[in-house]
Design a protein around this ligand. Structure first.
Ligand code: VAH
Length: 312
């Protein structure tokens, strides 16, 4: 049985659907700080704040999960507006989960890190699993510290915590949550609604990205892998593809020929994106548990536009 914390977010909501499909809705208890906008009859949801340790403990004691998925976090751009809150949620939320898992004997945990753990002195291209990491956002700092905590709790207490460094995630089902990579979602919505988009990152800003279907599939592959195959206990590098705003605009124009792209003069998110890698070396994930993304920019663009058309 699974308890997922932060189930209303961009990744949590789609990961929860996939887990319900795989294990049955009765075995997936989702939670967040407020009710989800949609909840089907067979879906189980409870309101809990991951920072309220007693409340979290009673949720876990009530449902007796064998696995916890912790998706609650404050992302990069929002984190720069409220750095103390971002640190508190991202780190103390993780510590509450780790310590309660120990106390209640819950062995298996999924916790996402991010390519935001890399910084200005990390290699820019094909960034390695192990390299200099000097994150400049509080989000990246909290995810790097979180990785260290996860590795420590694994080696000290034998907790089976598994993690991936998600790149920018592209999806159409839920609105993005305050990230620097959100332009790669907004652009499709704006292209369909208004035929144009003013991008907050410069045309040549290449970033590592991943389509939601690949992100969810990869996460479940990681969690399903036999424990002896897991060699990374900080967090696995993961990439679907890398592209620039100019490249995604070109791909959209193949389907919407009248689409017009323009760029803002400056946006604070550019300063964040400039410290992140352009592409990631995810060879450990490929070797250890068979990671292989399915979507490229062409199939992402087709899928996004087809689905958004029916949902806008
Ligand atoms: C963000 N979408 O932009 C998240 C992610 C690598 C980017 O961590 O903050």
């Amino acid at each position: 049985r699974i308890v997922m914390i932060g189930a209303n977010g961009q990744i949590g909501s789609e990961l929860a659907s996939a887990l319900r499909y795989k294990f049955g809705a009765e075995n997936v208890i989702t939670s967040d700080i407020r009710e989800p906008s949609v909840l089907k009859d067979d879906e189980i949801f409870e309101i809990v704040n991951v920072l309220d340790k007693p409340a979290l403990k009673s949720l876990l004691e009530k449902h007796q999960p064998t696995q916890i998925y912790l998706l609650a976090a404050m992302l990069s751009a929002t984190g720069e507006k409220y750095p103390q809150k971002a640190w508190d949620l991202n780190i103390n939320g993780l510590l509450n989960v780790l310590d309660l898992a120990l106390e209640l004997g819950i062995k298996k945990i999924f916790w996402p890190s991010s390519i935001a753990v890399f910084g200005p002195h990390s290699p820019k291209q094909n960034t390695d699993q192990y390299c200099v990491m000097d994150p400049v956002t509080i989000y990246g700092v909290s995810k790097l510290a979180g990785e260290r905590l996860c590795e420590y709790y694994h080696h000290k207490y034998d907790l089976d915590i598994r993690s991936v460094r998600y790149p920018g995630i592209i999806s159409w089902k839920t609105a993005p949550g305050g990230g620097t990579t959100d332009y790669a979602i907004d652009i499709y919505i704006e292209a369909l609604k208004h035929g144009k988009y003013t991008c907050f990152l410069s045309a040549d800003t290449a970033l590592p990205m991943l389509y939601m279907e690949d992100a969810v599939g990869g996460t479940i592959e990681l969690m399903d892998a036999p424990i002896e195959q897991i060699s990374i206990r900080s967090s696995y590098n993961l990439e679907g593809l890398s592209f620039t705003p100019a490249e995604i605009a070109k791909e959209i124009k193949k389907i919407l020929p009248n689409f017009e792209m323009s760029y803002v003069d400056y946006d604070p998110r550019q300063a964040i994106a400039d410290t992140w890698p352009a592409s990631i070396n995810d060879s450990y994930a490929r070797t250890d548990w068979g990671w292989k993304p399915k979507f490229d920019l062409e199939s992402i663009t087709e899928d996004m536009i087809a689905n958004l058309k029916t949902n806008i």
